[in-house]
Design a protein around this ligand. Structure first.
Ligand code: GDP
Ligand code: IMO
Ligand code: MG
Length: 420
């Protein structure tokens, strides 16, 4: 068996959580392989809405195993809150949620360092979710970090040593903080982690494959936020691309099967950084309103703009996408025409290649297609698609060279059309 991977192709929030939940019945195991509580993955079914941050989106199917892989950074405090919230709503995970001992721990001082670093950047801040992601991955690559497996022996001693180091680092910044407030719930969070099955996830996942079990890996963030290939430095601190799934789970590249690339029919970004097709007018406001584009983790309004094919082609290339999933077509129902950027004009020259940097003054070159001007949210089969939507889909398939296999027309599980 192979591992199928589902990845965001834009700046995150494409709808990964929804589609992982829809695809979960086909799989035995669902994994997360990078990122942490900076993610906010929304699921809706039976008139209930859930937002997951640390936990894979397969948890609402009782018979499935969900794994938090070694590439994830896990905050014991927010993890406990999330588990408590799910248990209060009737979902108990102590048996079916397994956690890699190699996943790194986000500590209270990582969150303080994140806030201090952002504050020191002033206007050039990244717009981080302030969940401590950057500092935790820095400690990982700097070989200072603490891992989930470290809670099994002398955790308090190890924590005290790393905390002392962080407090010395914080002296560099002119930043006030209340350490006690950040530390509330840490030891309860560590205790809570001990209730779960802590595993060597690379062994378990490879054993699963040998036994014929199927695995779906759920990406967090999106390709344009990847630490290597995103719009650096306005990115997150992990490899969000397909290759990151191999590292974040201990799965060899030749064990990767389908690569599902998920994108919105338009584009959003939350936080700072370049966004060539961003709209600052009534069209952008309409997308934000109709798409309810407010961050699932921070509540911040998301920046909105037209679909960017230059960026999307780049993401398809980097990830080796084999199937595309298009989300939120219903949000564009009010537009007479819909624009798609097919090239960038930079210093008078047109390019279709995603460049080293996205400089100010870069102009998207647009193609305009007719809008569908009808409500898609009740559509349940491809036969009911308006002609203009079919045209939009075939245009994208031709440009990207990959089939669009799933079209989503609303936030609910049921509002999902699988194309044959
Ligand atoms: P993720 O981070 O990729 O899982 O995406 P988020 O959950 O952060 O953001 C996607 C938002 O769009 C959520 O509020 C979803 O409920 C919602 N959503 C997902 N698919 C659709 C869709 O096809 N149409 C509409 N209108 N909303 C959708
Ligand atoms: P999901 O998984 C959208 C953005 C932040 C910021 C930058 C760095 O829900 O798609 P970080 O907290 O990682 O230091 O922030 O990345 N960002 C996201 N944007 N969706 C996400 O996750 C994101 N996770 C981080 O807004 O610009
Ligand atoms: Mg999200």
């Amino acid at each position: 068996m192979k591992v199928d991977v589902l990845l965001g192709l834009q700046w995150g929030d494409e709808g990964k959580g929804k589609v992982v939940d829809v695809l979960t019945p086909k799989y035995d195991v669902i994994t997360r392989f990078q990122g942490g509580p900076n993610a906010g993955h929304t699921l809706e079914f039976d008139n209930e809405k859930y937002v997951l941050h640390n936990i894979p989106s397969g948890v609402f199917h009782a018979d499935k195993i969900n794994v938090i892989g070694n590439g994830v950074v896990l905050d014991p405090i927010t993890f406990k809150k999330e588990i408590d919230g799910l248990e209060a709503r009737g979902t108990n995970l102590t048996k079916n949620l397994h956690i890699s001992k190699k996943a790194h721990l986000i500590l209270p001082t990582h969150r303080i360092l994140d806030a201090a670093s952002e504050a020191s950047k002033g206007a050039s801040k990244i717009g981080s979710t302030l969940k401590g992601i950057g500092p935790t991955y820095m400690d990982k690559t700097g070989r200072n970090g603490l891992r989930v497996g470290d809670i099994l022996h002398n955790f308090e001693e190890k924590y005290a040593a790393l905390k002392a180091k962080h407090l010395r680092l914080l002296e560099m910044y002119d930043f006030e903080y209340d350490l006690d407030a950040f530390e509330v719930g840490l030891m309860e969070g560590i205790e809570n982690l001990r209730r779960f099955t802590l595993i060597d996830s690379e062994h378990e996942l490879n054993r699963n494959l040998k036994e014929g079990k199927s695995i779906l890996a759920e990406g967090a963030q999106g390709t344009l936020l990847d630490i290597d290939f995103g719009s650096y430095p306005f990115v997150t601190s992990s490899n969000t691309v397909c290759a990151g799934a191999c590292i974040g789970m201990g799965i060899a590249p030749n064990k990767i099967g389908e690569v599902y690339g998920i994108f919105k029919a338009y584009c959003t970004r939350v936080g700072s950084g370049p966004f060539p097709t961003e709209l600052f007018d009534a069209d952008g406001d309409l997308m934000r309103k109709n798409g309810n584009e407010f961050g699932s983790t921070t509540g911040r309004p998301r920046r909105c703009g037209w679909l960017d094919l230059v960026a999307l082609k780049y993401s398809v290339m980097i990830n080796g996408v084999t199937q595309l999933i298009m989300m939120k077509g219903d949000v564009l129902s009010d537009f007479d025409t819909i624009k798609i950027a097919t090239a960038y004009k930079m210093a008078g020259e047109e390019t279709e290649d995603f460049p080293f940097e996205l400089p100010e003054g870069l102009e998207p070159v647009y193609t305009e297609l007719p809008g569908w001007k009808c409500d898609l949210t009740k559509v349940r089969s491809e036969d009911e698609f308006p002609e203009e939507l079919n045209f939009y889909i075939s245009f994208l398939e031709r440009e990207l060279g990959v089939p669009i296999k799933i079209v989503s027309v609303g936030p609910d599980r049921e509002q999902t059309i699988i194309r044959e």
